[in-house]
Design a protein around this ligand. Structure first.
Ligand code: PEP
Ligand code: MG
Length: 546
């Protein structure tokens, strides 16, 4: 039995075997060689990709099999292959040539006035991404777990978590990572215990080994003995039993001890965790992240998205659901969107800005949301808005979407409510103008707001101590947003991770925020704390503020 210490970022206990994931070479730096050599590399990568697809086809059935066959045939398409060849001849490296050619080819398909052919552009992007990954030396396989396991890796991506079937991931252990990373956040939302920064020796020879994960103490125990297994099992059991005050707390009104009302909302990523959030007392879904469950491996067509949003509304049982449009970019990847991250991904093309450039991705999502809006209490918000001009541009596209839906004579909600996330200092500083331009609510994303205010990459453990959601700078921006919301008489919510920390939740109430959205795991603890809090008493300043 060997015990490895780590930092718990999502609580709970797990017992099971380890599955080690290897992401291959990260941050590939591409060196461009002569056209002949680059062409040879491309040809070899195509052969490997075709072999992989053929193998996958043999295991697949139904529609998936057809898609894989179609993708394999695409790799013989003369137009695509010639376009790659032309880019290579003009001095571009093979990986970038494939990226560029696939964008061009996909765009052409999207312009065809036939929705079936237009939808195939996703397959072009998907298959080309496979070739690019081969050229970059990255793995292409999705997780294929045959039994529930604990995932172990240097680092983990949200797409890893979503690529395994529901309930198949018992726990997560990584050597790197930060508490604010999206993988940590998704683990919290899905209630999967997770440890980061576990000593690196742990990864040596851990594959397939029995292990116990203690997400409260921050320990990973390899080859646990009987006593340890029994302890983890007992604690796991106790965790799944509700606390003694659970029912009473669930029924209690959301009011502080001195009578200040508040609303508790859930951060979710799909119908399953909406049900979990509702069971923990969520009054609404305050943030539904669409880029993970929906856009992990490909961008689904409008119809599929429409059904997904309608199922989210159904899972919420009449409670309002606020859906965020894709926040792809920085550390949130989607295999369905091929683009080259810039030199500084957090400041690069991301969120709404990516969507404004990629209307082929954005418009189908807006169509589906406008249509689903006619089926229930749905609201939409844009991530990473930096300025009023970006909001205006997005709303012009919403108007285009409405016009197109009218032409198609489809039922949709004309006056669907749109709001925006406040995650960029520029947005907080211009919150008043955003409201004046028609923004109907604000949702403060303190994860990104802290990242950009403190100039500390939320993914980089080296600057973790500078990443301070409780800093005075972030507070001032929250306060400005609250003031602007009050003036415009529109709701304001905090949906970053800090809202799920009891003392920070109280702090936001003191700043005038009365809506807090968090992972379902946090709802009861926050409610317990807030219902006992008296806002007339002086506040203990949040964690270490000087
Ligand atoms: C945030 O930035 O606080 C937020 C809720 O968005 P995400 O963590 O998904 O970037
Ligand atoms: Mg964010």
């Amino acid at each position: 039995m060997r015990v490895f210490k780590g930092k718990a970022v999502s609580g709970g206990y797990a017992l099971g075997k380890i599955r080690r994931i290897d992401h291959g070479i990260g941050n590939v730096s591409r060196t461009v060689q002569g056209p002949l050599r680059e062409r040879a590399l491309f040809d070899a990568a195509v052969v490997i990709a075709k072999n992989e697809l053929e193998e996958l086809e043999q295991r697949a059935t139904g529609e998936e099999k057809d898609i894989l066959l179609f993708q394999r045939l695409l790799l013989d398409d003369e137009v695509l292959v010639n376009a790659v060849g032309d880019f290579i001849l003009s001095g571009t490296g093979s990986a970038e040539a494939v990226e560029r050619a696939s964008e061009l080819f996909a765009r052409r398909l999207q312009q065809v006035d036939d929705s079936y052919i237009a939808d195939r552009s996703t397959d072009v992007l998907d298959v080309c991404r496979r070739v690019v990954s081969i050229l970059d030396g990255k793995p292409r396989e999705r997780l294929n777990l045959t039994e529930p396991m604990i995932l172990a890796s240097e680092t983990l991506y949200p797409s890893d978590i979503f690529s395994a079937g529901s309930g198949m991931i018992l726990g997560i252990v990584t050597v790197e990572g930060s508490a604010q990373s999206h993988a940590a956040l998704v683990a919290q939302t899905l209630g999967i215990p997770a440890l980061i920064k576990v000593e690196s020796e742990f990864l040596e020879n851990c594959d397939d080994m029995p292990a116990a994960l203690d997400g409260e103490k921050g320990e990973l125990i390899l080859e646990p003995d009987e006593a340890c297994r029994a302890r983890i099992l007992e604690q796991k059991d106790a965790c799944s039993r509700h606390t003694a005050d659970w029912e009473q707390l669930l029924a209690a009104p959301c009011r502080t001890a001195d009578g200040v009302p508040f609303s508790l909302l859930g951060n979710c990523s799909g119908p399953e965790d909406i049900e979990a959030a509702v069971a923990c007392g969520a009054q609404e879904v305050g943030l539904l992240r669409t880029e993970f469950a929906l856009a992990g491996s490909r961008i689904p067509p409008e119809e599929e998205q429409f059904y997904f949003y309608v199922s989210c509304l159904a899972a919420a049982g009449g409670r309002p659901v606020t859906i965020r449009t894709y926040d792809i970019g920085a550390d949130k990847f989607s295999d369905g969107v091929s683009f080259k991250p810039g030199p500084n991904p957090a400041l690069g093309l991301r969120g709404l800005r990516l969507c404004l450039q990629r209307q082929d991705i954005f418009l189908p999502q807006i169509y589906a949301l406008l249509r689903a809006g006619a089926r229930g209490e749905l609201r939409v918000m844009f991530p990473m808005v930096g300025d009023v001009s970006e909001w205006d541009e997005a709303m012009e596209l919403v108007e285009t979407a409405r016009e197109n839906l009218r032409k198609r004579s489809v039922t949709f909600k004309e006056d669907l409510v749109f709001g925006c996330m406040i995650e960029v200092p520029g947005a907080a500083l211009t919150a008043r103008e955003l409201a004046a331009h028609g923004c109907k609510f604000f949702s403060i994303g303190t994860n990104d707001l802290a990242q950009y205010t403190c100039a500390a990459d939320r993914m980089d453990p080296a600057v973790e101590k500078y990443f301070r959601t409780d800093s005075l700078g972030v507070d001032r921006l929250v306060q400005m947003t609250v003031d602007a919301a009050r003036e415009a008489n529109i709701p304001v919510c905090v949906c970053g991770m800090a809202a799920g920390q009891p003392r920070m939740a109280e702090h936001y109430l003191r700043l005038g925020v009365d809506r807090l959205s968090m992972a379902s795991q946090c709802l009861m603890d926050v409610k317990r704390h807030l219902t006992r809090a008296d806002l007339h008493h002086p506040e203990q300043l949040p964690c270490g503020r000087r």
